[in-house]
Write a protein that binds this ligand. Structure first.
Ligand SMILES: [Cu+2]
Length: 148
Protein backbone atom coordinates (compact mmCIF):
# COMPACT_ATOMS: atom_id res chain seq x y z
CA UNK A 1 0.00 0.00 0.00
CA UNK A 2 2.79 2.38 0.95
CA UNK A 3 4.83 1.59 -2.13
CA UNK A 4 1.81 2.15 -4.34
CA UNK A 5 1.43 5.66 -2.93
CA UNK A 6 5.12 6.38 -3.44
CA UNK A 7 4.82 5.17 -7.01
CA UNK A 8 1.80 7.38 -7.63
CA UNK A 9 3.64 10.38 -6.20
CA UNK A 10 6.63 9.62 -8.39
CA UNK A 11 4.46 9.31 -11.51
CA UNK A 12 2.74 12.57 -10.69
CA UNK A 13 6.05 14.39 -10.25
CA UNK A 14 7.41 12.93 -13.50
CA UNK A 15 4.31 14.09 -15.37
CA UNK A 16 4.64 17.54 -13.85
CA UNK A 17 8.32 17.74 -14.79
CA UNK A 18 7.56 16.75 -18.38
CA UNK A 19 4.86 19.42 -18.63
CA UNK A 20 7.13 22.11 -17.21
CA UNK A 21 10.02 21.27 -19.51
CA UNK A 22 8.56 23.10 -22.44
CA UNK A 23 11.45 25.12 -23.79
CA UNK A 24 14.77 24.19 -25.37
CA UNK A 25 18.02 25.98 -26.13
CA UNK A 26 19.48 24.98 -29.47
CA UNK A 27 22.35 25.97 -31.76
CA UNK A 28 24.00 27.70 -28.85
CA UNK A 29 27.55 28.89 -29.21
CA UNK A 30 30.11 31.30 -27.84
CA UNK A 31 33.51 32.56 -28.83
CA UNK A 32 36.63 31.51 -27.00
CA UNK A 33 37.96 34.30 -24.80
CA UNK A 34 41.54 35.59 -24.67
CA UNK A 35 43.25 35.49 -21.26
CA UNK A 36 42.31 38.43 -19.03
CA UNK A 37 38.95 39.09 -20.70
CA UNK A 38 36.14 38.93 -18.16
CA UNK A 39 33.05 39.12 -20.36
CA UNK A 40 31.64 36.90 -23.10
CA UNK A 41 28.41 36.42 -25.01
CA UNK A 42 26.43 33.28 -25.72
CA UNK A 43 24.16 33.05 -28.75
CA UNK A 44 21.52 30.54 -29.72
CA UNK A 45 17.80 29.97 -30.07
CA UNK A 46 15.42 29.40 -27.15
CA UNK A 47 12.15 27.87 -28.34
CA UNK A 48 8.92 27.42 -26.43
CA UNK A 49 7.72 23.91 -27.27
CA UNK A 50 4.87 23.87 -24.79
CA UNK A 51 1.30 25.05 -24.94
CA UNK A 52 1.56 27.96 -22.52
CA UNK A 53 3.79 31.01 -22.17
CA UNK A 54 7.33 30.51 -20.94
CA UNK A 55 8.61 33.45 -18.93
CA UNK A 56 12.35 33.68 -18.42
CA UNK A 57 13.27 35.62 -15.29
CA UNK A 58 16.97 34.90 -14.82
CA UNK A 59 19.92 32.97 -16.18
CA UNK A 60 22.98 31.32 -14.75
CA UNK A 61 26.19 29.74 -15.95
CA UNK A 62 28.93 28.06 -13.95
CA UNK A 63 31.63 29.98 -15.84
CA UNK A 64 30.48 33.48 -14.88
CA UNK A 65 29.43 35.33 -11.76
CA UNK A 66 26.58 37.02 -13.62
CA UNK A 67 24.60 35.87 -16.65
CA UNK A 68 21.83 38.01 -18.09
CA UNK A 69 19.89 38.59 -21.27
CA UNK A 70 20.89 41.71 -23.18
CA UNK A 71 19.17 43.45 -26.05
CA UNK A 72 21.23 45.55 -28.44
CA UNK A 73 19.94 48.85 -29.70
CA UNK A 74 21.40 51.59 -31.84
CA UNK A 75 20.97 55.00 -30.18
CA UNK A 76 22.46 58.11 -31.78
CA UNK A 77 24.66 55.87 -33.90
CA UNK A 78 26.02 54.11 -30.82
CA UNK A 79 25.47 50.44 -30.07
CA UNK A 80 24.03 50.06 -26.58
CA UNK A 81 23.13 46.99 -24.59
CA UNK A 82 20.13 46.87 -22.29
CA UNK A 83 19.37 44.24 -19.67
CA UNK A 84 16.07 42.42 -20.28
CA UNK A 85 14.75 41.33 -16.90
CA UNK A 86 11.70 39.34 -17.91
CA UNK A 87 11.08 37.83 -21.31
CA UNK A 88 7.88 36.05 -22.23
CA UNK A 89 7.86 33.53 -25.08
CA UNK A 90 4.48 32.48 -26.47
CA UNK A 91 3.89 28.83 -27.43
CA UNK A 92 5.71 28.00 -30.66
CA UNK A 93 7.71 31.23 -30.53
CA UNK A 94 11.41 31.66 -29.90
CA UNK A 95 13.98 34.22 -28.95
CA UNK A 96 16.97 34.39 -31.22
CA UNK A 97 20.29 35.44 -29.76
CA UNK A 98 22.87 36.43 -32.33
CA UNK A 99 25.80 38.85 -32.78
CA UNK A 100 24.54 42.43 -33.01
CA UNK A 101 21.24 41.50 -31.39
CA UNK A 102 20.01 39.76 -28.28
CA UNK A 103 22.63 37.76 -26.44
CA UNK A 104 23.35 36.14 -23.14
CA UNK A 105 25.93 38.31 -21.46
CA UNK A 106 28.41 36.60 -19.21
CA UNK A 107 30.05 39.00 -16.77
CA UNK A 108 32.78 38.19 -14.31
CA UNK A 109 34.08 35.11 -16.11
CA UNK A 110 35.65 32.81 -13.55
CA UNK A 111 37.91 31.34 -16.25
CA UNK A 112 38.49 31.74 -19.98
CA UNK A 113 36.17 29.97 -22.43
CA UNK A 114 38.18 27.40 -24.32
CA UNK A 115 37.65 26.48 -27.97
CA UNK A 116 36.07 23.02 -28.27
CA UNK A 117 34.41 22.91 -24.87
CA UNK A 118 30.72 23.15 -24.02
CA UNK A 119 29.38 25.58 -21.45
CA UNK A 120 26.11 24.99 -19.62
CA UNK A 121 23.53 27.76 -19.43
CA UNK A 122 20.43 27.64 -17.24
CA UNK A 123 17.27 29.66 -17.83
CA UNK A 124 15.14 30.07 -14.72
CA UNK A 125 11.45 30.38 -15.47
CA UNK A 126 8.76 32.25 -13.58
CA UNK A 127 6.99 28.92 -12.99
CA UNK A 128 9.92 27.78 -10.87
CA UNK A 129 11.12 25.33 -13.50
CA UNK A 130 14.39 25.76 -15.34
CA UNK A 131 15.74 24.90 -18.75
CA UNK A 132 19.36 24.09 -19.31
CA UNK A 133 21.34 23.89 -22.50
CA UNK A 134 24.89 23.66 -23.76
CA UNK A 135 26.76 26.25 -25.77
CA UNK A 136 29.64 25.16 -27.95
CA UNK A 137 32.71 27.32 -27.66
CA UNK A 138 34.29 28.08 -31.02
CA UNK A 139 37.15 30.20 -32.30
CA UNK A 140 37.62 33.79 -31.17
CA UNK A 141 36.75 34.84 -34.75
CA UNK A 142 33.62 32.68 -35.10
CA UNK A 143 30.54 34.48 -36.45
CA UNK A 144 27.78 31.88 -36.13
CA UNK A 145 26.79 28.36 -35.11
CA UNK A 146 28.76 25.66 -36.89
CA UNK A 147 26.93 22.44 -37.71
CA UNK A 148 28.73 19.12 -37.36
CU1 LIG B 1 25.72 42.46 -23.52
Amino acid sequence: MMSKMVLLALLWSLTWAAAAESAALERAWARATPPGVTTAAIYGVLTNRGDRDVVVVSMASSVAKTTMLHATRIEDGMMRMAHEERVSIAPGQQIVMQPGGRHLMLMGLVRPLIEGEEVEVIFNLESGASVSGLARVGRISQTGYIDD
